[in-house]
Design a protein around this ligand. Structure first.
Ligand code: UDP
Ligand code: MG
Length: 322
């Protein structure tokens, strides 16, 4: 069955923050024409106005006035895109939810491709930036480093270049809505949930207008947050470093004692009290680092408990006779 003739209910979630310059053009010339092609589907569009300080809210209200299926969730202030997405997902009622940016960088022309994969059984379809996407040097290197570290930290399931242009099946949205943690990276959480994932490569376009709200500093914090929320490896590395220092200074101390007091300094090093003291202090530093890492491990366990993630996620569609 063609995707254009199948009946279903699709929600779109669009986080919007200060996009007055480009949003009307994006919606009128690109987004709504794509929606119009899905004649047989029921659709709803949920805009989440994330504390815009320009005319964005008025513009969105005008759209919502014209059409009941255009819904608007307006935040009292800026809470960030991750939270805006989360809010949109709790209001979305469709059998599938597609999230996309309001700036035209994620081409709505690909919506049929997402739907096609969904109709064929995929439950999470993630848009991935392809190799034609233009990046600045810093962004490119930063993102490479980010995924390298993510992999090193044991998260091998996040595909490099994943974006928040995504389709989620109802089963995934329901599970996502149960997650209560505050410091959230949507991408990481969706990957953590599992389910049948597929990917669509696309070229991240240029903004239609306006400036990106995410600058290098914000992105850096986002990256830091995802490490902290997804893994305890940074803590362990600190412990390993301490262990390494402890072992090294212990061996050096042993060598010093044997060389000086047992063999009578045949190497003529003339190591005096200051050197011995230095070795001893280094040893103590090692102990402190190890002790700190152990404390940190306890904290990370507390952290994991307070995140309150469900113990497991059941794929309700695949399960039987429960
Ligand atoms: N956005 C948001 N809240 C924010 C920052 C951005 O809802 O605090 C929205 C923004 O309006 C856009 C999307 O999130 O629709 C992506 O933002 P941006 O283009 O700044 O990020 P990038 O394209 O660099 O990922
Ligand atoms: Mg953008």
């Amino acid at each position: 069955m063609s995707i254009f003739t199948k009946k279903s209910f699709i929600s779109f979630v669009i986080p919007v923050h200060n996009e007055e310059e480009g949003i009307s053009e994006f919606l009128d010339t690109r987004f709504f024409p794509e929606l119009a092609k899905l004649k047989y589907c029921k659709t709803e569009v949920i805009f989440v106005n994330d504390g815009s300080t320009d005319k964005t809210l008025e513009i969105l209200q005008k759209y919502a006035k014209k059409d009941k299926n255009i819904k608007l969730v307006s935040f009292s202030r800026n809470f960030g895109k991750e939270v805006a997405l989360a809010a949109g997902l709790t209001y979305a009622k469709g059998d599938a939810v597609i999230t996309l940016d309001a700036d035209g960088q994620q081409p709505p022309e690909l919506i049929p491709e997402f739907l096609e994969k969904w109709f064929n059984g995929a439950e999470v379809i993630t848009g991935v930036r392809d190799r034609f996407t233009k990046h600045g040097f810093i962004a490119r290197t930063g993102s490479k480093l980010f995924y390298w570290m993510l992999r090193k930290m044991g998260n091998s399931y996040t595909v490099p270049g994943s974006t928040d242009f995504r389709l989620l099946d109802r089963v995934v949205v329901d599970e996502y809505n149960r997650l209560t943690e505050h410091n959230r990276i949507t991408r990481g959480l969706i990957d953590w949930l599992g389910f049948k994932q597929e990917y669509i490569e696309y070229t991240y376009g240029a903004r239609m207008a306006g400036k990106p709200s995410y600058n290098t500093k914000k992105l850096f914090h986002l990256a830091l947050d995802s490490f902290v929320s997804m893994s305890t490896t940074p803590l362990l590395m600190l412990g390993y470093l301490g262990g390494f220092i402890m072992l090294g200074s212990f061996l050096l101390g042993l060598f010093c004692i044997i060389n000086q007091y047992i063999l009578g300094d045949p190497l003529h090093l003339y190591w005096n009290g200051a050197v011995q003291m230095t070795i001893f202090i280094t040893f103590l530093v090692g102990i402190i680092l190890v002790a700190q890492a152990i404390t940190a491990l306890y904290i990370s366990h507390i952290h994991a408990e307070t995140q309150g993630r469900p113990l497991y996620i059941v794929d309700k569609k695949a399960s039987r006779n429960l």
